[in-house]
Ligand binder design. Structure first.
Ligand code: DX5
Ligand code: ZN
Length: 555
């Protein structure tokens, strides 16, 4: 069974957009802390929590306690996406008579705990977890506490209690975003080592400095430390936590406050402030423009693909592109599902399996069983019925569905009906068969054309550019509409994979910022352009934006 990675990502995006809609409508609220836990909530609601939105009081439901109750917009938006109430209700946030108040309130169906007065959620969670044990119930209790919140003494009393009573039907998350009400946690009450300056991204880079976990270990907890925005890491941590008996588990999730909206990220201002209406469409466009980088390992040492996987892991790839070639669909032969099965245990990073094989319908099950997270087959070797079979099998197994077209192939009309449920379209920008080729320039217009077709058919997946993508062309490939980027020669072919991926990200960011400034200019001229630039107060973002705005002629 796959991770359902793409479905989870899609729902997380819907929830983030609802947080922006709700806080903007309310003119107040907490987007920052809602976004730092967005992936955690997304995994819980879309993969682990047992619940029935039509029967919120179902006695065997799992319980989710949001101890950091100010992040209510994050909770409510996930509940809306999960079907507890219509998504439109989020616009009643914080209004008189609404079920969606500034902090979770039991008047809202599905809310387990009135959080908001910080420090009490863990105690409450222990109480209901112990009650479940006494009543020999086997539902699970999940609770999310904030790092600033863990300055409260009651959190540590509760920590002692949970380990004394071996409360192992409880999984806690620490949303470790390094920011509380009005400043950085490490300035108010350090949980880790002394924070140098204001650049908390340094803390992010050097996990060896993290000491918060040691505190929880000394209180007798099982501690798992993860990147709290990596769905695959959250998924693996929850599975491990739920399998750990005799001791409570806390998943210390290193997160970024305001994650996914650049001007909110790591910015204490967005702890409790709502976005203005005039920038909401630009924020929505930014949220819709999340991107992924996927190194193609066949550009490396084919005799040691294990090491190529390890290079992707240390390089922090978003997912890993596995080019399967059968020597018939393309002249080259690379590897098959047996190799993927061997590589699978090396990492939880999603496997993006690109099948350049004949008759894929006969083999796709092997690639599901080998552990692929998304499987892409080619239009040239499928038709409506065989692709329909592949599509249904992948959906049943919670594996992402991908469809690929060669440079000379247009998207076949028969495929349009699959577009609303497709997760990825690979637009080949080289003739398939090997890495290290040159990007075929005609792909630019083809991708722009494809982008408008798929938009008309409710495609909400990723267009993946595959072949010859490099630092010179990636900015324009992003502008053409690609949101996933395969890098063979330009990433795996480089000495330092992490640096190559970082450079890819920098170039894509420049292109995205240019598109967002263009949107600001279109909506509100130089005034809104300046307002948008002015929002970016952390680090060098503002300088970089001004430079782009100058180049584009706005300033
Ligand atoms: C080509 C493969 C591509 C290729 C990418 O048939 O599908 O994924 O390995 O490598 P570069 O980025 O070097 O073109
Ligand atoms: Zn490929």
């Amino acid at each position: 069974m796959g991770l359902n990675y793409y479905q989870i990502k899609k729902n997380i995006l819907r929830a983030r957009k609802l947080v922006i809609k709700g806080t903007n409508a309310a003119g107040s609220g907490h987007p920052g802390g809602s976004f730092s836990m967005a992936e955690i909530l997304g995994c819980l609601f879309n993969k682990y929590l047992k619940f029935d939105p039509k029967n919120p009081q179902w006695e065997d439901r799992d319980r989710l306690v949001l101890s950091k109750g100010h992040a209510a917009p994050g909770l409510f938006s996930n509940m809306a996406v999960a079907g507890y109430f219509p998504e439109s209700e989020i616009e009643t946030l914080r209004k008189f008579g609404s079920r969606l108040q500034g902090h979770p309130d039991l008047k809202c169906p599905g809310v387990e705990f009135c959080g908001g007065s910080l420090g009490t959620g863990l105690s409450y969670s222990i109480g209901i977890a112990l009650a479940a044990k006494i009543d020999s119930k086997n539902h699970h209790v999940y609770t999310i506490i904030g790092d600033g919140e863990s300055d409260e003494g009651q959190v540590w009393e509760a920590a002692m209690t949970a380990s004394k009573y071996k409360v192992d039907n409880l999984t806690a998350f620490l949303d470790r975003n390094f920011i509380q009400q009005d400043s950085y946690t490490e300035k108010v009450m350090p949980l880790d080592e002394k924070l140098e300056g204001d650049d908390i991204s340094e803390m992010w880079k050097d996990a060896s400095r993290w000491k918060t976990g040691d505190k929880w270990r000394s209180f007798g907890w099982n501690v798992i430390e993860i990147n709290g925005h990596r769905i695959e890491q959250i998924d693996a941590a929850i599975a491990k936590a739920n399998a750990t008996k005799g001791v409570p588990t806390i998943i210390i999730s290193r997160t970024i406050k305001g994650k996914s909206v650049e001007h909110m990220e790591d910015n204490p201002q967005w702890h409790g402030k709502a976005p203005d209406s005039d920038v909401v469409p630009i924020i929505d466009l930014e949220l819709d423009s999340q991107f992924m980088i996927s190194p193609s390992i066949i550009a490396g040492d084919m005799t040691n693909l294990e090491n190529e996987i390890k290079r992707c892991v240390s390089g922090r790839a978003d997912y890993i592109h596995l080019d399967v070639m059968d020597g018939q669909f393309v002249p080259t032969k690379t590897f098959d599902h047996n190799k993927i099965k061997e590589l699978r245990p090396l990492t939880v990073i999603p496997f993006d399996t690109h099948l350049m094989i004949n008759n894929p319908v006969r083999h796709v099950k092997d690639y599901i069983d080998a552990g692929s997270d998304i499987i892409t087959v080619h239009a040239e070797v499928t038709d409506e019925s065989s692709f329909g079979e592949i599509h249904d099998l992948l959906k049943q197994n919670q594996v992402g569905v991908g469809f690929s077209i060669n440079p000379e192939t247009e998207l076949p009309e028969w495929s349009y009906k699959f577009l609303p449920s497709l997760d990825q379209i690979i637009v080949m920008s080289v003739v398939p068969g090997k890495s290290g080729q040159k990007y075929i320039e005609e792909t630019h217009t083809k991708m722009t054309r494809l982008n408008s077709i798929v938009k008309e058919h409710n495609f909400s997946g990723y267009i993946e550019a595959d072949g010859g993508v490099n630092l010179e062309n990636i900015g324009s490939v992003f502008a053409d509409g690609a949101r996933a980027f395969v890098g063979g020669g330009a990433i795996i072919g480089q000495q330092d994979v992490r640096a190559a991926i970082k450079d890819f990200r920098t170039e894509i960011l420049k292109s995205r910022r240019r598109i967002l400034l263009e949107k600001a200019n279109e909506l509100g001229g130089i005034e809104l352009v300046n307002k948008w630039i002015g929002l970016h107060v952390i680090g060098e973002k503002q300088e970089q934006l001004k430079k782009i705005a100058h180049e584009a002629g706005y300033l």
